[in-house]
Design a protein around this ligand. Sequence first.
Ligand SMILES: Nc1ncnc2c1ncn2[C@@H]1O[C@H](COP(=O)(O)OP(=O)(O)OP(=O)(O)O)[C@@H](O)[C@H]1O
Length: 250
Amino acid sequence: MSEPLLRVDGLVKRFGGLVATNNLSLDVAEGELHALIGPNGAGKTTFISQLAGELRQDQGTIQFDGKEITPWKTPVRVQHGLARSFQITQLLPDYTALDNVAIAVQARRGHSYHFWKDAHSVTDIRDDARRQLDRVGLGARADTPVSELSHGEQKQLELAIALATSPRMLLLDEPMAGLGTAECTRMIELLKVLKTEVTILLVEHDMDAVFALADRISVLVNGERIATGSVDDIRNDEAVRVAYLGEGDA
Ligand SMILES: Nc1ncnc2c1ncn2[C@@H]1O[C@H](COP(=O)(O)OP(=O)(O)OP(=O)(O)O)[C@@H](O)[C@H]1O
């Protein structure tokens, strides 16, 4: 079997007496959409933050593309293709959708201090940003300020910004959160396309989305991975039903 793109071994994160990540090991194969589910407080966001390099683990190792990345800071992880989607809270509300993506593209290319000096590179950056907006179905909203975008469009913009760093693997933390039914459907369709282009680790509470998208699902309870399997495996896993999906649910 080929090496997984992401390999996590024995990760532990404590907050005082609370073990938020409990000896967690997990593999994500190249090309896979791996969903991570679990009840509130199970430690999903804490895990994603450690993968992104925003939170330092107490124990364990993280390998990406065969390299040990455990000591690497976030920007180095991003340069090597491991990117977390930006949250809506990090968008610049007075700037247009295009500007928000262009700033991310600019950062990726390390142009931060010479951005306005080179007209060609500016055009190039804006073209690239426009491509990312097209990819997430926001092309027609490029010149709209973020504050005027709907919640669903802002979630699409988060994705465009993450894609602007050309990731090999995307870490997505609840892309469906707060979306209405129609917006959810649109996001699922969008992720179906993106999953053919990039490996994805998806944290999501919306089980319709998880079941529609996941190649494999891992279940986290109290910081511990209690199961990993296909959609059918997880639906039929007794321990998962008891711990998370709820016994007796339809
Ligand atoms: N910075 C922190 N300091 C102390 N405790 C924290 C911190 N961050 C998270 N926790 C605790 O760690 C546990 C895991 O939290 P985390 O947010 O990772 O769970 P989650 O599975 O993402 O939950 P949700 O589905 O509600 O987003 C919780 O008990 C939480 O209160």
